[in-house]
Design a protein around this ligand. Structure first.
Ligand SMILES: [Fe+2]
Length: 407
């Protein structure tokens, strides 16, 4: 009667512990914390002072110690036990095995040193649907008594539960690893894109020493406006690329026309005006990860009043991206020397932009441009993107001007 009472008490304790184990296994903790908590439940359940949990790495053919409890050596985490596929086949899935059970086993013989160091009394290989996922190793019970048959039964249930937890966690880890790998690849691809595009931009600007770094400045100003307008990171990248490549079509235009210092003839104007369409034709063949690049470059010489080229589009047909490029391209042209004229002083350039606001340039974009300039002059923007490109001797004058124009 007393024995039955004791057995019932043990059974109740095991059930309660299994419930605790289930709770830990399904908690939202990270894998190590989850497994550590599970190990604490297991050691309490079987009165063992030490235990360890190993994760199996199929590609590396070893078990790696993920968490341990009760070990004197604190540097055990990450320690490995090699195990080959044919050795795994000889393990009894989710069944507790002692050192004696595994004595003739090559896996045990190979790892006997660590086995002794960890004082493993019971080894529990964890399997899910025939797939080996890891192992739990338990030390000697307090008092040295062997594991009883009923305890081994409970251990089998524990093994199933731990195996499923480990299996799910590994699936999740694999997914997280894949996502991290994809992110790395994507970042590398973006870098390659940027490098290639910057090289192209340098090639475009190199065709004409007067427009040296024009594309880079246009890209830089465009980013500043897009940022101020609250564009998404991906779209800001897109306008940066469009800025760098907006004049790529000039690669095909005769260099003599580009460098001509005298007034251009009608056929020459016609030739130079083909460059947005050529830019579009080149870029629309490339599958960029950013949208609208082709359209941005095609229309960067359009005007709100419909007097631009190549399609004489009107305000409603122009996107913000096009309007940004149209403004910053013209502004940089005004503030750089050209073969046929010297650059305008900043004051004059500002006046010219204001004069063309509403006819050539969009009002919202123009106001934003001056607002950024005002902020940059007041040190309100950490990394200024317009100011560093403007060379002006009298900055006080510019500050007063920009503050008057900012809205
Ligand atoms: Fe252009």
């Amino acid at each position: 009667m007393a024995d039955r009472k004791l057995d019932l008490k043990r059974l109740m304790f095991s059930m309660a512990s299994l419930a605790d184990l289930g709770e830990e296994a399904t908690s939202s903790k990270d894998l190590s914390s989850k497994m550590r908590a599970a190990l604490y439940v297991i050691t309490g359940m079987f009165s063992v002072p030490s235990a360890a949990l190993f994760l199996y790495h199929p590609q590396r053919h070893y078990l790696e110690l993920l968490v341990d409890k009760g070990q004197r050596d604190k540097a055990l985490q990450g320690i490995t036990m090699p195990i080959l596929s044919e050795q795994i086949k000889r393990l009894r899935p989710n069944d507790p095995q002692t050192a004696r059970d595994l004595a003739g086993h090559a896996f045990y013989q190979r790892n006997r040193g660590l086995w002794t160091k960890l004082q493993i009394e019971m080894f529990l290989p964890l399997f899910v649907k025939g797939e080996f996922v890891g192992a739990v190793a338990l030390g000697r019970k307090l008092g040295g008594a062997p594991f009883r048959a009923a305890e081994k039964d409970v251990l089998r249930i524990v093994a199933h539960q731990m195996a499923i937890t480990l299996h799910n966690a590994r699936l999740f880890l694999d997914l997280a690893e894949k996502a991290a790998e994809n992110k790395k690849l994507y970042t590398r691809m973006q870098r390659i894109y940027h490098d290639t595009v910057e090289a192209f931009a340098a090639a475009i600007d190199a065709k004409d020493e007067y427009t040296k770094e024009h594309s880079y400045r246009v890209a830089s100003y465009a980013v500043a406006i897009a940022r101020e307008l609250g564009w998404k990171k991906q779209d800001i990248e897109g306008i940066y690329i469009a800025g760098l490549l907006h004049d790529i079509g000039k690669i095909i235009v005769d260099v003599k026309v580009i460098k001509k210092t005298e007034t251009l003839s009608a056929p020459e104007i016609c030739e130079i005006r083909k460059h947005p369409q050529i830019s579009y034709d080149i870029l629309s063949k490339i599958k960029f990860p950013w949208k609208d690049i082709g359209k941005f470059v095609l229309h960067h010489h359009e005007r709100l009043d419909g007097t631009g080229y190549p399609n004489c589009l009107k305000e409603a047909e122009l996107s913000d991206g096009v309007k940004i490029l149209a403004l910053v391209d013209a502004f940089d042209a005004m503030t750089s020397n050209r073969p046929y004229r010297d650059k305008l002083p900043l004051e004059k350039a500002f006046q010219e932009v204001m004069r063309c606001k509403g006819t050539q340039f969009d009002s919202k974009i123009t106001n934003t441009f001056f607002r950024i300039l005002h902020k940059e002059l007041n040190g309100e923007i950490k990394e200024p993107q317009i100011l560093p490109h403007l060379q002006e001797t009298d900055m006080r004058n510019i500050k007063a001007l920009a503050s008057g124009l900012a809205m």
